[in-house]
Design a protein around this ligand. Structure first.
Ligand code: MN3
Length: 210
């Protein structure tokens, strides 16, 4: 098996009340679990693909045979996106607040203020029609905000994902991420989500990406 479902770094109930326990169980175990299973099935027997990191695999879809490229794009994207998503959240109390240090400075330089940044990221999530993700990426040494459809990741590049750069924060705006608790109210989910963002982890990703 090339890829495995990573364990959550906290309990299913740890992100309550922002994200309910049942949503976390289904989202991690069923949705992310299925992306991993389907990705492994798609690349089974292809040692050159099985030995790659997930970043290298989705970052070079041109190297994937055409007959499985769509499956790798969707399920490899699902795997890398969710693997990051779990890491950049933390239980209320540990998560939330504001970024510090260089990341805070870069957000201020790029978007005016932390408040302006939050508005712009939520706007990217709201304007993504249907399923997808809103992102904060490092591109050319600077921070940028964008969104992708389905399970596309910025590492796939502009031609495929409509966005490029190294992701440092991504928020899942698929209905499966919020429907049980928030129903159709994506804006309420996005507003509450800030309370569980792990800014320490996002700061580490920023340091590695810049
Ligand atoms: Mn999801």
């Amino acid at each position: 098996m090339a890829f495995t479902l990573p364990k959550l770094p906290y309990d299913f109930s740890a992100l309550e009340p922002v994200i309910d326990s049942q949503t976390m169980q289904i989202h991690h175990g069923k949705h992310h679990g299925a992306y991993v299973t389907n990705l492994n099935n798609a690349i089974a027997g292809k040692a050159n693909l099985e030995s790659k990191t997930i970043e290298a695999l989705v970052g070079d879809l041109a190297a994937v045979p055409e007959d499985i490229r769509g499956a790798v794009r969707n399920n490899g994207g699902g795997h890398i996106n969710h693997s990051m998503f779990w890491q950049i959240m933390a239980p209320k109390g540990q998560g939330g607040g504001e970024p510090t240090g260089e990341l805070a400075d870069a957000i201020k330089a790029g978007f005016g203020s932390f408040g302006d940044f939050k508005v712009k990221l939520a706007d990217a999530g709201m304007k993504r029609f249907g399923s997808g993700w809103a992102w904060l990426v490092v591109k050319g040494g600077k921070l940028a905000i964008g969104s992708t459809a389905n399970q596309d990741n910025p590492l796939m590049g502009d031609a495929i994902a409509g966005l490029s750069g190294k992701p440092v924060l991504g928020v899942d705006v698929w209905e499966h991420a919020y429907y049980l608790k928030y129903q159709n109210k994506r804006a309420d989910y996005l507003a509450a989500w800030w309370d569980v963002v792990n800014w320490q982890k996002v700061g580490q990703l920023y340091q590695a990406a810049k």
